[in-house]
Design a protein around this ligand. Structure first.
Ligand code: CP
Length: 315
């Protein structure tokens, strides 16, 4: 594997999930594979889980790891071509990414969307420029439109904890005070549509995701109806795709509660984290027996390790 930016970069999803679960049982079996190989993790935005789990995954594989918070510690990057750099930017992404490729065997990049210009965000301009100019394999640590390491960890978690062959999985919109990217729900939907699950997305009118990511999903606007018999509930806020990046209303009644859980098949509750308590998800859910959010975050290590292992094998 030379690129991990979406589910479309995976040739065999089942095999990758099985690999992640096998690595969970035997984390240090491939330490020779990563010996004298370097992973550079480049963050243009904050992170807790992605940073630590991917670093841990690389260490388990015997790799060296460098972390650069380029938004805070690097030179201000110029992304546009053909401009006179007489403003605030100091270094062009062509040189910056090219130089990183000299130091690292694999590069991870996190680049959130600006949520102002949909065309620009959905073209994945920043992420794609890193891929183009660094000349080494690249793993997405969350880009403008997708979060594939999170989605793989989510599928690993569902596969690990399901009690029926084809579980019902519901992605439900949740309230928030800030406009959030569509990357996590886009990506989760894209992976669920390719997995062997019965998948529903439920949201208030106006929060429909880009249809490119939801082919095969059942779309609903009634949360109570959608939750009936759910085995897994994936809770997430996202801003509108149209008008792009907008919050359309408070919709506080969409926060998941124990009362709503009664509609489900004792559903396990997932969230990618970080989560705002009692806004996106109630204390009673997060502190109750149905929440698997910490377990899910733990599986980020094995998802990242499976991807890095496949990349190391292709070097
Ligand atoms: N879920 C997730 O990606 O967490 P971080 O933003 O903390 O990395």
């Amino acid at each position: 594997m030379k690129l991990f930016s979406s589910v479309n970069d995976v040739t065999d999803i089942d095999a990758l999930v099985k690999e992640a679960l096998a690595l969970k049982q035997n984390p240090y079996a491939n330490q020779e594979l990563g010996k004298n190989k370097t992973l550079a993790l480049v963050f243009l935005n904050p992170s807790l889980r992605t940073r630590m789990s991917t670093q841990k995954a690389a260490l388990n594989l015997g790799m060296n790891v460098m972390v650069l918070n380029i938004d805070k510690e690097g030179w201000a990057l110029e992304l546009r071509d053909g401009v006179v750099m007489d403003g605030t930017t100091v270094e062009h992404i062509r040189e910056a990414a090219g130089v990183m490729g000299q130091y690292a065997d694999i590069i991870g990049v996190r680049s959130f969307p600006g949520l102002r210009n949909r065309e620009e965000d959905y073209s994945e301009m920043i992420f794609n420029k890193f891929v183009e100019f660094c000349k080494v394999p690249v793993v997405s640590l969350e880009s403008a439109t997708r979060h594939p390491l999170q989605s793989l960890a989510d599928l690993v978690t569902i596969t690990e904890l399901k009690t029926t062959a084809r579980p019902k999985v519901v992605l439900t919109w949740a309230p928030h005070i800030k406009p959030l990217p569509q990357a996590v729900p886009n990506s989760f939907s894209e992976w669920m549509c390719k997995a062997d699950v019965d998948f529903t997305i439920v949201q208030p009118k106006g929060y429909e995701l880009c249809a490119d990511f939801t082919q095969g999903a059942t779309i609903s606007y009634n949360q109570d109806e959608a939750l009936v018999d759910a085995d897994f509930i994936y809770v997430k806020n996202w801003s509108a795709y149209e008008p792009y990046g907008n919050i359309l209303g408070k919709n506080e009644e969409w926060m998941l509660t124990n009362e709503k859980l009664k509609l489900t098949n004792n559903a396990k509750v997932m969230h990618c984290l970080p989560v705002r308590r009692n806004l996106e998800l109630s204390d009673e859910i997060l502190d109750g027996p149905n929440s698997i959010v910490v377990h899910e975050a733990g599986n980020r290590v094995w998802a990242a390790q499976a991807v890095l292992k496949q990349m190391l094998e292709s070097l």
